[in-house]
Design a protein around this ligand. Structure first.
Ligand code: SAM
Length: 229
């Protein structure tokens, strides 16, 4: 049985039941101006809150394979407090087995045992996935990187406020540079205000499918941020 997996605990889906891959492309790829954002960059870093099934990662890896130069490298860092095992991610990703014909088998091949902590996975010579099995609020403090793009994909803020905490936003600011972008499926006021307080300009844009709004933004630094990108 295929379909979008659902978390009973958070009363939310891992990705859209309408079309998970199209949602990922709309919210996280186009929302972050990818692939244009990595043009001319030899090393590009994306960080994601909520690895889930890995659909976002597979979509960005595929895009990178299609739209990058041979010298460019991608580092994808993702946090996951309640990791699924390889079998549990393989099933919901089956609808895109053809789309990810080389990437999905490789991800499943290197996918780690569910041991807490940092797992550094070299998918190929140019793409590294650092999968961190821990609470994002705890693990972010242990990360040292300059992030170019954030994918904020925790379950919805009303049922999982922990994923959208001041701690997360403060560490996002610490790891961002002026021009670092973020995109997220939510347009919740508390999230927008939290990101602004941390130094991001935040803009509401049309969401995917039946969702009216989502949010995108750019890091400009504390005391500089407001509405608009
Ligand atoms: C909407 S799903 C992410 C979907 C995912 N990006 C994908 O491509 O399938 C949200 C994820 O956040 C994880 N999560 C929830 N609270 C968390 C926390 N405090 N720290 C880290 N991960 C968390 C959930 O277990 C879930 O996998």
């Amino acid at each position: 049985m295929f379909g979008a997996p659902r978390s009973k605990e958070f009363d939310d889906v891992y990705f859209s039941a309408e079309n998970g891959l199209e949602e990922t492309r709309h919210v996280f790829l186009r929302g972050n101006n990818l692939p244009a954002a990595w043009e001319g960059r030899s090393d590009f870093v994306i960080a994601e809150t909520g690895f889930g099934t890995g659909l976002n990662f597979l979509a960005v890896w595929k895009l990178f394979l299609e739209h990058s130069q041979p010298h460019q490298k991608l580092h994808f860092i993702s946090f996951e407090k309640y990791p699924l095992d390889a079998e549990e991610i393989a099933l919901p990703l089956q609808p895109w087995a053809k789309e990810f014909d080389t990437c999905l088998p490789r991800l499943l091949e290197v996918y780690p045992a569910l041991i807490p902590g940092f797992h550094h996975l070299d998918l190929d010579e140019r793409v590294r996935l650092t999968l961190i099995f821990d609470d994002v609020n705890v693990a972010l403090a242990r990360v040292d990187a300059q992030v170019d793009v954030w994918f904020l994909d925790g379950f919805k803020p009303s049922t999982n406020p922990d994923m959208w905490s001041e701690t997360v936003f403060k560490h996002m600011a610490r790891l961002s540079r002026p021009g670092t972008r973020f995109a997220t499926f939510t347009a919740a006021g508390a999230v927008r205000r939290g990101l602004q307080a941390a130094g991001f300009n935040v803009k509401k844009v049309p969401g995917f499918g039946s969702k009216r709004d989502m949010s995108v933004g750019v890091f400009v630094g504390e005391n500089m941020a407001g509405d608009g990108v």
